[in-house]
Design a protein around this ligand. Structure first.
Ligand SMILES: [Ca+2]
Length: 430
């Protein structure tokens, strides 16, 4: 509304001021105007016109002034808004920077969490290690105790763990007669012996006491020994009858000549099929060393193994049986040849035995696992050198187990002969 009026006023002013310096040209340039009349205004006419319009122009100028001030105010507001916005932008920038801080701090938080997890895991490990340490300490304590016990044991002198029974007697039957009921190791002193010696006594449930003079069971002892060794005895005496031995010719001699009662030599045999057989010879006697421990017996008492001591007709020669019998034959070893042969039976067969020319029974022979053997197996001489009882198995069959034992004739039938056979069960795998 103010603008058209203002424009007109300004136009008038311009027109007036430009006309003023030129004076004379006003009329020429005067244009008819309803405000000035039909004619060109004079100075007075213009003044009158100005005076007439001056209050309106003044108020218009005031209005313009006010408008300008309003505009200026608006501008300032805008400026302030811009500044505010700028500030906001800066703040926003700053806040976007703190976002990266947030990111950083959250990654730090992640790190912290990770470290916490690591710490927890390490604490768990430490706990487990502490447990291990504790159990190790306990083990150390146990080990220390064990080593203390061992040290104590080691400081004690070694004890012979072989149990020797307290009962003594002239032989095993004497010991059994005194009430001993357990088989095992005992000291005996036959009447003609100057000192006691150890023997294995086999005492059965009938109160019979056998004095064992020879034992083969597994080939663990080499029976290829010289005269002195056969005289003194060799191998091992065990309280549980698990070892092989030859008691010794001198002891056997003393046992056999110290009693006026007839002594029975019982021979028990086991083959590789576990079969068991026996042979009994009564009035057994072994001569003194000066008679080369000569074997004599009264007669064959019986048994299912047969009488191999009586010799055997091998069919090679009519004199076989005569030259393979053992009754009345002296003892021979490879270093003391007392046989009836031009050669050396004990040397050829690798044993000590009552060699004739040479044998039908040969219980100190070479041990052959499995039993059957041949001339090729028999070494450089190739003779029958196994553990032989030829009235049961051939001379090329070596027995698995043998026992030679002594008992007074009066006790051999105690409990009956059958009982004697039953008691045989002490041998082998029984
Ligand atoms: Ca000879």
């Amino acid at each position: 509304m103010a603008s058209p009026f203002l424009a007109t006023a300004l136009l008038l002013l311009f027109s007036f001021s430009s006309a003023q310096p030129r004076g004379d040209s006003v009329a020429a340039a005067c244009s008819p105007n309803d405000g000035f009349g039909k004619y060109c205004p004079t100075t007075c006419g213009v003044a009158d016109y100005l005076l007439k319009y001056f209050p309106n122009v003044n108020s218009d100028l005031d209005k313009m002034q006010w408008d300008l001030e309003t505009i200026a105010n608006l501008t300032q507001g805008a400026e302030e808004t811009i500044v505010y916005m700028k500030d906001s932008a800066t703040a926003a920038q700053k806040s976007s920077q703190s976002d990266s801080y947030f990111k950083k701090s959250s990654s730090m938080l992640d790190d912290v969490l990770r470290f916490e997890k690591t710490i927890i895991a390490q604490e768990q490990q430490i706990f487990e290690l502490q447990n291990l340490l504790t159990s190790n300490e306990r083990r150390m304590v146990d080990l220390k105790q064990l080593s203390m016990q061992l040290q104590q044991k080691c400081t004690e002198p070694c004890k012979d763990t072989v149990e020797i029974q307290p009962t003594t007697g002239s032989d095993c039957q004497d010991i059994a007669n005194k009430g001993a009921t357990t088989s095992g190791l005992y000291y005996v002193r036959p009447a003609k012996a100057t000192e006691q010696f150890l023997v294995y006594c086999e005492i059965d449930s009938f109160g019979r006491g056998f004095t064992v003079i020879q034992r083969r069971r597994d080939g663990s002892v080499d029976f290829h020994k010289d005269w002195v060794q056969y005289k003194e005895g060799f191998g091992y005496l065990s309280p549980d009858d698990t070892t092989e031995f030859w008691l010794g010719n001198e002891k056997i001699h003393l046992l056999s000549v110290s009693t006026t009662m007839p002594t029975v030599l019982r021979i028990e045999l086991v083959d590789w099929d576990g079969n068991k057989r026996y042979a009994d010879y009564t009035m057994f006697r072994l001569g003194p060393e000066v008679d080369m421990y000569r074997l004599t017996y009264g007669y064959y008492l019986g048994g299912d193994a047969g009488d191999a001591f009586d010799g055997f007709d091998f069919g090679d020669d009519p004199s076989d049986k005569f030259y393979t019998s053992h009754n009345g034959i002296q003892f021979s070893t490879f270093d003391k040849d007392n046989d009836k042969y031009e050669g050396n039976c004990a040397q050829q067969d690798g044993s000590g035995w009552w060699m004739n020319r040479c044998h039908a029974a040969h219980l100190n022979g070479k041990y052959y696992q499995g039993g059957r053997y041949s001339e090729k197996d028999a070494g450089e001489f190739g003779y029958d050198n196994g553990i032989i009882w030829v009235t049961w198995h051939s001379r090329w069959y070596s027995l698995k187990e043998t026992t030679m034992k002594l008992i007074p004739l009066s006790r051999i039938t105690a409990g009956g002969q059958q009982a004697g056979v039953k008691q045989f069960g002490g041998l082998g795998d029984a």
